[in-house]
Write a protein that binds this ligand. Structure first.
Ligand code: G6P
Length: 362
């Protein structure tokens, strides 16, 4: 049964391991035999009338929203904003003439997102919820809903729901881009890239011993850690840091690498772990420069790079896939580092202290 732990010690590792099949299932579920997205006409028609998209979410789903923003803007040319639901509830953003709201929520029950949804419905703004729980509150109350199809996620730390969200955003972006007549969207080979991502995740998972060693050597002995990235690696750095801190209790910050020099670099000491994400061809040289800067101050750097940007000493080399979908694979590296940092510290990986799987209070 889908909700049993099977032979896994923790649900988190089971759910991390399910990600390749989640991506393959999403392909089967949402793409036709030519690899074209099959999305409810009513949703596409409503989306195509929008002059601006607004994504609202919390936690890990918010980080998936940041990747979705890049994907949607790239493939549709529609300005897209991402907001923390908890903030928008009190300070509603300025609206364009024809806004369209997208809610991302694994559980479909997050109270902060519901506050924004209620306000949007009152204002007659069309709303779409992407959720893993089709009967959830946010799914029932929105005008439209799409299922993440990730199967039950039991571990408190979200893993496969994130990858499903990013993949579904890509599917939506391609469908909408094509609907709007964008050549970029037609040229975007979703099927190929989802397959490459699934294979890439399998490679990362088969390298998990190596990730466990890195977690043991650099992360577990440390009180703090940093993820740095630029471009598409920036939202990934945020999610990677959240994952590590929530399950291992190592204080972790994720930030845009160029911001190092504006403050954070003062925290680097002998042995401080810095995990550098290098998946962006435009900024990889600048990232290498940032690595030099932190190494010179004593940091222990773990480098994770896409194949075409990798150097011989990089700790992990990831397969090359579409720029915007790279987080699908690199996030799994961060999930496994977090998993092992937690497990090897003897913590309850699936139930970190003070956290709940779904937060139904504002
Ligand atoms: C809780 C969970 C997180 C999740 C967040 C948003 O804090 O512990 O893993 O990302 O809520 O939840 P949602 O169900 O709306 O995606």
């Amino acid at each position: 049964n889908a909700a049993s732990k099977g032979t896994y010690e923790f649900y988190m590792l089971k759910e991390i391991s399910e990600q390749p099949s989640v991506l393959r299932h999403l392909d089967q579920f949402y793409l036709d035999d030519k690899g074209e997205p099959q999305i409810d006409k009513a949703i596409l028609t409503a989306l195509a009338q929008a002059d601006r998209l607004y994504i609202f979410a919390a936690g890990t789903s918010y980080h998936a929203g940041l990747v979705g923003q890049a994907l949607l803007e790239h493939l549709t040319d529609l300005p897209t904003e991402v907001g923390l639901a908890s903030e928008a509830g009190y300070h509603f953003p300025m609206m364009s003439k024809h806004p369209f709201f997208i809610f991302l929520s694994q559980s479909g029950e997050t109270a902060d997102s519901r506050v924004v949804l209620q306000e949007a419905l009152k204002r007659k703004i069309p709303c779409l919820t992407l959720t893993n729980v089709p009967n959830s509150t946010l799914a029932r109350e929105a005008d439209y809903t799409m299922s993440l199809e990730a199967g039950p996620e039991i571990a408190v730390a979200s893993t496969k729901a994130y990858t499903a969200q990013v993949a579904l955003e890509a599917i939506l972006a391609k469908a909408l881009g094509e609907q709007l007549g964008k050549q970029k969207a037609r040229d975007f080979s979703l099927r190929t890239n989802l397959a490459l991502a699934a294979e890439g995740i399998e490679e990362v998972i088969s390298d998990q011993k190596r990730l466990e060693q890195l977690a043991q050597k650099y992360l577990i002995p440390s009180r703090n850690a940093f993820y740095i990235g630029r471009g598409i690696d920036y939202p990934l750095a945020l999610e990677a840091a959240l994952k590590l801190k929530e399950v291992s209790y190592i204080q972790t910050e994720g930030f845009a690498a160029a911001e190092l020099k504006h403050g954070t670099i003062s925290l680097i000491e002998q042995g401080t772990p810095v995990i550098a994400l290098i998946n962006d061809p435009v900024t990889s040289d600048l990232m290498r420069g940032n690595i030099q800067e932190v190494v010179a101050r004593g940091a222990s750097v773990i480098t994770i790079a896409s194949k075409e940007l990798a150097k011989p000493n990089d700790d992990l080399v990831l397969p090359q896939l579409d720029y915007y979908l790279r987080p699908l694979v690199s996030v799994v590296v961060s999930q496994l580092l977090a998993y092992f940092a937690s497990k090897d510290k003897g913590l309850d990986v699936d139930k970190p202290r003070n956290l709940a799987k779904s937060v139904t209070v504002e």
